[in-house]
Design a protein around this ligand. Structure first.
Ligand code: CP3
Length: 340
């Protein structure tokens, strides 16, 4: 698998490419399947349909890896939280974690066993996926999941969870402990079910100042990385802490791939991070609206990464109204231009 080879710093015939959020609303084929089951969470829980939409971007766009179709929030959901995806509002937890009582109710031990629909999706998908394509499993970082669990949904200010960090840090650590414990077993079960690599999404890393990022987010990410790499040294682990370009020189660990977000110049990531890591990224996702903008960025990023270990990706998720034709153009261009 060329994707796995690139993760492990082996030479590849071209730069492998996939897109964060590649299974999703910009694909009419996805919308049709989602409609047939009556919504996003039902789709996650229906392993046959979840597998179908996992495979769509491989068939339609020719990406080098499939990413499991699910969501980071299934961990808090199966720890006992009441999750709903509301149109126009995104995810909502009706019972946010604010008190010791709320904390006590979180069932971190039971959650991994309840996620059988994810493991079934993985088994079926790995069965159907071409041998040369990788299947990526994933989870949210404990911090990113905790922001939703504490706030009760998406937030612009992180006011409630950040206030908690300064007023009652121990309480936040207790939440993070539970989420970390559940996540370790969850990722291990994904690997046992057949994923070839895993990615840890820390989409809201940049909400924290430097010291708090290392204390409340990175520390727990590294704990998960070590847990997986100690047991499955051949499974590549990708980390994606978004928006932390100011302290890249403090980033190290047992992971294999560092996901570079679009706001971090690739040259900077390449200079500041040890060359033992493969870099993944990082085209600005909004460039997908213009073929000229795509070409300019693909040329530029391939140039910077020439001779270095690289997986091409967007610098965050694809947006719902991107023309499919442009996404196809992007994938093909990367594969063709990087071929040696
Ligand atoms: O990448 C993939 O295609 C695999 C599936 C995947 C989804 N979510 C499907 C999804 C992955 C890897 C995620 C990760 C995820 N989920 C993150 C981290 C990555 C990132 O984008 O920052 C976060 C923060 C979430 C939480 C989440 N899920 C939000 C905030 C939302 C609503 C916003 C939105 O895009 O609608 C979701 C819903 C969601 N997760 C959708 C999909 C395809 C859209 C649901 C739909 O309307 O069909």
């Amino acid at each position: 698998m060329i994707f796995i080879d690139a993760c492990l710093k082996k030479e590849t015939p071209y730069t492998p490419v996939w897109m964060m959020r590649q299974a999703g609303r910009y694909l009419p084929e996805y919308m049709a399947v989602r409609q047939s089951v009556g919504g996003f969470l039902n789709l996650c829980k229906d392993y046959k349909k979840a597998s179908e939409v996992t495979l769509q971007p491989v068939d339609i766009l020719g990406v080098d890896a499939a990413i499991l179709f699910s969501d980071i929030l299934v961990i808090p959901l199966e720890m006992g939280m009441d999750l709903e995806f509301i149109k126009g509002q995104g995810p909502v937890f009706h019972n946010p974690i604010r008190t010791d009582e709320d904390l006590k109710k979180l069932d971190e031990k039971g959650a991994p066993d309840k996620l059988t629909y994810v493991y079934d999706t993985i088994k079926l998908t790995r069965d159907k996926l071409a041998q040369d394509k990788a299947l990526i499993g994933f989870c949210g970082s404990p911090w990113t999941n905790a922001t939703y669990m504490i706030e009760g949904g998406s937030t612009k200010t992180y006011a409630i969870c950040k206030k908690m960090i300064y007023q009652n840090p121990l309480f936040v650590h207790q939440i993070l402990r539970k989420v970390t414990d559940a996540t370790k077993i969850y990722l291990e079960n994904q690997i046992k079910s057949g994923v070839n690599a895993v990615q840890i999404f820390d989409s809201w890393a940049s909400a924290l100042e430097k010291d708090k990022f290392f204390e409340f987010s990175w520390k727990y990410i590294i704990e998960i990385v070590d847990y997986i790499k100690d047991r499955y040294p051949d499974i590549p682990v990708i980390v994606f802490p978004k928006g932390i370009s100011g302290y890249l020189d403090k980033i190290s660990g047992n992971f294999d791939v560092f996901g570079v977000d679009w706001s971090t110049p690739m040259e900077l990531a390449s200079k500041k991070l040890s060359d033992r890591y493969t870099l993944q990224g990082n085209m600005e996702p909004t460039r997908l609206y213009s073929k000229d903008a795509i070409k300019e960025s693909v040329e530029n990023i391939l140039n910077i990464m020439k001779g270095k270990s690289h997986i091409f990706n967007l610098g965050h998720g694809i947006l719902p109204d991107v023309p499919v034709e442009n996404a196809k153009y992007f994938i093909k261009l990367v594969q063709e231009m990087s071929a040696v």
